[in-house]
Every structure is written in C-alpha cells, then in structure tokens.
Ligand binder design. Structure first.
Ligand SMILES: Cc1ncc(COP(=O)(O)O)c(C=O)c1O
Length: 346
C-alpha cells in the first residue's frame, strides 16, 4: 500500500486534529444536566446565533436531535411528510414510529428535492376520517441524493405552503454547513425557514461527536425534556463541546476545499471507462457502474487492498465522501487505484 489509508466511506471518519485535542483537554467544564456546562453553553449560544434561533441544545448524535424534533412537533398517530430518500425515513431505525408513534410519509422525487407543489399535494386534508399531517421534515444537504442542496428559494416555497396549512417545518441540516459553503448564504438564511434545525459537528467539520437542535426557547425547553428521556443528557459535555467550537472556528471555512476535491474525484472517475458519475454539488460523490458484469464487491475489495475505502450505496452504486482527513494526494491516489481496479476487471 502506497501511503496512508484514503477513507472516503463517510465524512464522519475524521480524527480530531492536534489543535482540537488541545482545546478539548483544556475545556472548562461543569455538570450540564444539573446547571449547565460553561463550554457547552458557549457552543449552544454560538450555534443558536449562527442559525438565527433563540436557543440551541447540544446532543450526542444527529439521530437523537432529529428524533427529539419529531417528538416535539408530532402527536402519536399523525404524519410527517419527508422526501423518500431522507435520513429520518431510511436510517434512523424507525424511531419516528417506535418512539413517537408517528407515521412517516415518504414523497418520491427524481432528484431528492421536495418542491412546494409536492408538499402541498402530500398534506392531508382536514377531515375527521383522514389522519392529520403534523410536520414537514426537510434535509439539506440531502445525503442520499449525493449531497444535493435544497435551494433557498425552494425552501421558502415549502415554508409558505407549510404556513398556509398551519404546519411546522423541521430541517435535518446534518450538512447544512456544506450548503452554506457552496451557496455563500449564511446558515440563518436557511434557519429562518424552519421551526427547528438540526446541525452536526461530526460530519465534515472534524469534531468527534455532537449535533445541535435549535429553535425557540419554548421549543427547546420541551426538547430538553425529550433529550433527557432519550438518555441524551450529558454531564461534563464541555470536553466534546470544545471540539465543536474548535471545528466551527477552524474548519468551517475549509469546507469549500472538500467540495473542490469531490468535484475532482468525480471528474477523474467520470473519465474511467465503465463509471458514470453524478456531478457533486458538495462533498458526496456517487459513482455508478451500469455494466452488471462489473462486481462492486470486487471493486471495493480491490480498492481496500490498496488502502482506498468507499461504501456501497445501492446495487450498482458506490459512495465516496470528501472531508478534512483527505487531501489532494488522497484524491489522486483514489483515482489511480480505481482506474486500475476497473482495468483489471474486478
Ligand atoms: C442527513 C443526516 N441526518 C442525520 C444523520 C445522523 O447523524 P448521527 O450519525 O450523528 O446520528 C446523518 C448521519 O450521517 C445524516 O447524514
């Protein structure tokens, strides 16, 4: 193997940098469940301000923060509208149903992007014989759709439709930072179009753990109780929050470099015979292998043998995600290993 492993499986695989580790070790901490941890509070205030919200709460994971949002917006037996490829629908262990008694209503799209018209059509009519819609849940960027950005204009339209129907909007913004880095729009421009916003610090930003849920003080007071019910109250969480503050201060500004590397990976992979790429908008690259003779297990094994890791994302598709721990040399190596694997007909 020529060089360190190029791990493109996810942007969650990053290891804390020396500067981040130093910030963690030196963090001032307290008991956050009892009466606040000062560093956690500082992170919560920072993220609330970035998203233009009154308050934010620190969570151990994005799933728990998303599920807390579903619990505060929904009533058991009511329905959440979301895009069919959404993380909340596909990758959260059925938690909406299991924990909050919610029915999830997946709306199929060709590109992962909901539209105001699709949402309007999916909202249930007010009738004693039809279950009621309780929430519209959006995802930006959209992981399953290859890091696609839901444009502000579309979000504004969906927000308008939701408001007409008297419905709240939750935004799964695990990678909202990436949408902001690409469009140049500040997080608050997206934040003001949802009642609750979830953001992650452990995807692309390089923090080891952590997500936040933001909204009004009233909603976050309810979220605090649900988080505790779910076992998400963390005591000296300042050690983790310090990593999050460090990530926002030092890594946020570099997301554009990950996007450029994703484009370079897509460009190079698109030149390899037998591979089709979806041009990435942010840091997620989807590689399609239309010829059924090409074994994706074989390709993954050949890549791994050369220290390049990707994951399967469908029967004929692999996913590669760029992040803080992958540099230009890593992309060059991934491309040459991929070309060799295809040539050798793995
Ligand atoms: C869009 C999206 N939402 C939520 C999550 C869940 O985050 P976590 O893994 O921190 O629970 C992920 C994780 O990859 C994600 O991609």
């Amino acid at each position: 193997m020529a060089g360190p492993v190029v791990d493109l499986r996810s942007d969650t695989v990053t290891r804390p940098t020396p500067g981040m580790r130093e910030a963690m070790v030196g963090a001032e901490v307290g008991d956050d469940v009892l009466d606040h941890d000062p560093t956690t509070l500082a992170l919560e205030e920072k993220v609330a301000a970035l998203l233009g919200k009154e308050r934010a709460l620190f969570f151990p994971s994005g799933v728990q923060a998303n599920q807390t949002a579903l619990a505060i917006h929904g009533q058991a037996g009511s329905e959440v509208i979301l895009e069919a490829g959404a993380h909340i629908f596909n990758y959260e262990e059925g938690a909406g149903a299991a924990l909050s008694g919610l029915q999830l209503r997946p709306v199929a799209t060709h590109d992962g992007l909901l539209t105001p018209d699709l949402v309007r059509e999916a909202i249930r009519p007010s009738s004693p014989y039809v279950l009621s819609t309780c929430l519209i849940a959006l995802e930006n960027t959209h992981n399953g759709a290859g890091g696609k950005i839901l444009p502000l204009e579309t979000m504004r339209g969906i927000r308008g439709v939701a408001q007409e129907a008297g419905l709240p909007v939750h935004l799964d913004g695990a990678r909202l930072w990436h949408a902001c880095a690409e469009t140049g729009s500040p997080p608050a421009d997206y934040g003001c179009l949802a009642d609750t916003v979830m953001v992650c610090l452990s995807k692309g930003l390089g923090a080891p753990v952590g997500s936040l849920l933001a909204g009004t003080s009233e909603l976050m007071a309810r979220a605090w109780r649900i988080r505790r019910r779910l076992g998400g109250g963390m005591r000296q969480s300042g050690f983790l929050a310090a990593a999050g503050i460090y990530a926002l201060d030092h890594h946020l500004a570099h997301l554009g470099e990950d996007h450029a590397r994703a484009r370079e990976l897509a460009r190079g992979a698109g030149e390899i015979p037998g591979i089709q790429v979806v041009v990435p908008e942010t840091n997620i690259v989807m590689l399609d292998f239309p010829d059924p003779v090409v074994s994706l297990d074989g390709i993954l094994a050949a890549l791994e043998a050369e220290g390049v890791l990707m994951v399967r994302f469908g029967p004929r598709r692999l996913r590669a995600v760029t992040h803080l721990d992958v540099d230009d040399a890593g992309i060059t190596r991934a491309l040459s290993v991929l070309a060799r694997a295809m040539e050798e007909g793995s």
